[in-house]
Design a binder for this molecule. Structure first.
Ligand code: FES
Length: 182
């Protein structure tokens, strides 16, 4: 009788350790896997925020080639919607207008390593202050370590003559233009 009691106790102790080991194993797997899950979910969230933002009326954008060669920079508020939460972010883009029907928007981020480049009026070129990548007003790479030219952004004309831009973020340091977020 005592033997069977002892056996019962051993069994329940064994079951307890078995359950405890499984529980700890599951917790460790979850913790190790969490960053991966989080990064997938985060990317999903970022990609949900694809939206066109209102920039400016086309007739108010100066011609970028005449009478002087000069691009225009526009700041705008980008509204992201995450479930029921709306957040506003300030962004900016460079715009080059050849004519009302020929307008290009560039991401303000240098495709080398992600600094913000500037327009140098004296040289008539975009120059990145970080490692000196140089681009033409049309976004072509002239010199420097950048692996590609400036990244163009999708634009749309709505409400008759208002320019909208879809802000996108791209992978830096690679020759191919790869979208990594909005
Ligand atoms: S980040 Fe622009 S040249 Fe390096």
């Amino acid at each position: 009788m005592e033997d069977s009691n002892q056996e019962g106790k051993d069994l329940s102790r064994r079951s307890f350790f078995k359950v405890a080991t499984l529980g700890i194993g599951a917790a460790v797997s979850f913790l190790l896997g969490y960053p991966l899950i989080d990064s997938i979910v985060s990317k999903g969230k970022t990609f949900m925020n694809k939206t066109y933002s209102r920039l400016v009326s086309i007739k108010n954008i100066p011609n970028s080639f005449s009478p002087v060669k000069r691009p225009s920079k526009y700041h705008f508020t980008k509204t992201d919607q995450d479930a029921y939460i709306k957040t506003n972010k300030m962004e900016d883009v460079w715009v080059v207008k050849k004519s009302d029907n020929d307008i290009t928007a560039f991401s303000p981020i240098c495709p080398h390593l992600g600094c913000r480049y500037n327009w140098n009026q004296e040289k008539g070129l975009f120059i990145c202050p970080c490692h000196n990548s140089v681009y033409t007003i049309e976004g072509k790479l002239v010199s420097g370590p950048a692996p590609r030219g400036l990244d163009t952004l999708p634009t749309e004309v709505k409400d008759d003559d208002v320019l909208y831009v879809e802000y996108e973020r791209f992978e830096v340091g690679v020759p191919k233009k790869i979208i990594i977020g909005y």
